[in-house]
Design a protein around this ligand. Structure first.
Ligand code: XIL
Length: 373
């Protein structure tokens, strides 16, 4: 993660052009009227006819096991359970010869028992791999291990996990200068074909699963983001040209609270994807508030406003198939460690605070999603 964090930390900043803050009214707020005012936050109008878009939560096995309140909040709010790390290679493949499905099974069974949906994350990533995988140094072994892994994992959950993030973060962080591909072991050993290999293996194993290509930094204003969106469209077209099934794009949406969402380009991106016949999943929504002042209400207001800007655009061009937040409570969020604040305070990235109380972000989500609570 160190790489990822420093890449993102050092990336060019496309700060708000308009007024240097996150105060802009969104189109939805302006056109649709303001339905509620809470803690000074402009909330989106809650439409009677809103599409039934499910709300997912990326779930961490350690908190799931240790914290009954965490489990209760999952049941209270969410439609889909997405194992946050339990289906990644480092969780499943401690050693080469064996798969450890204990954590993933527990989360998937919990979802099934409670009539929640599930979503698989992820079959290929440059990160979060065990040492023995990182040590592979020839193409033949890499392909064999990759295909075996995907066949085994997808087969185990066939008919139970309906959607898979087949490949994760294959686009370069800043593709304007050094080419389109994110560096990593799969690219190094197999070249761009690693994407095709992964999708083919997943499609062969579960022809009914919906197969998704997942990536970050697809929502903001600026040339780096334009380029990333263009590459994502090219990747979808490339798979389709090879007759490789691809059903969706995951927009992670780890959104910088101080950056402007590019409404026009996000709507266009959604429509371009629809024209290609693929759906969009908002797959990892949370908010990076490291540049905002310490004050909770300032941060919560900025987060709610950026969330509204983003969801406005995604629903105007969409709707998406699901919106998943990357965790549910600020008590447990990767943002605090990966994007640390100078003042050392923890991040207010998620819809519930550290004490599991709702923040304005939850109210924003309710305005768009078919939420239980
Ligand atoms: C992160 C998890 O939240 C952390 O718990 C873990 O240590 C590292 O991975 N993009 C992704 C996710 O696709 O899988 C990452 O999740 C966050 C960035």
């Amino acid at each position: 993660m160190a790489n990822l964090a420093s890449d993102r930390a050092n990336s060019d900043q496309f700060l708000f052009e308009r007024d240097g803050s996150a105060q802009g009214l969104t189109r939805r707020s302006v056109l649709g009227g303001i339905s509620a005012l809470s803690a000074g936050v402009l909330l989106p109008e809650i439409s009677q006819a809103k599409p039934a878009v499910p709300y997912g939560v990326a779930t961490q096995i350690e908190h799931f096991r240790d914290d009954p309140v965490y489990r209760a909040k999952l049941l209270q709010y969410c439609d889909n359970i997405v194992p946050m790390n339990a289906l990644k290679w480092a969780s499943l493949r401690h050693t080469e010869g064996k798969f450890d499905f204990s954590a993933a099974d527990q989360l998937i069974e919990f979802a099934e028992q409670n009539k929640c949906g599930t979503h698989g994350h992820t079959l290929l990533w440059y990160d979060y791999n065990p040492d023995w995988v990182n040590a592979i140094d020839d193409a033949k072994t890499a392909e064999k291990v990759l295909v075996e892994h995907i066949e085994t994992v997808v087969d185990r959950y066939k008919g139970r996990i309906p959607t898979w993030d087949v490949v994760n973060e294959v686009i370069a962080h800043d593709p304007r200068w050094f080419g389109q591909w994110r560096e990593g072991m799969w690219l190094k050993l197999l070249g761009p074909a690693h994407v095709d290999i992964a999708f083919r293996a997943a499609a062969r194993t579960d022809p009914n699963a919906e197969l998704i290509i997942n990536d970050y930094d697809l929502a903001n204003w600026g040339s780096r983001f334009n380029k990333r969106r263009a590459i994502m469209l090219d990747l979808v077209r490339h798979l389709q040209d090879q007759n490789i099934p691809v059903h969706g794009v995951g927009m992670q949406a780890h959104l910088y609270a101080e950056r402007e969402v590019d409404h026009k380009q996000v709507v266009k991106f959604m429509r371009d994807l629809k024209a290609l016949g693929v759906d969009v999943w908002v797959s990892e929504l949370d908010f990076i508030d490291w540049k905002l002042s310490a004050d909770h209400s300032v941060r919560d207001r900025a987060v709610a406003q950026v969330a509204t800007q983003f969801l406005d655009a995604v629903f105007e061009g969409g709707p998406p198939r699901a919106v998943t937040t990357w965790g549910i409570s600020d008590r447990h969020t990767w943002i605090t460690n990966t994007f640390p604040r100078d003042d050392g305070l923890s991040s207010r990235a998620l819809p519930l605070d550290e004490n599991y109380q709702e923040k304005p972000l939850m109210q924003v989500l309710r305005g768009y999603l078919a939420m239980r609570a």
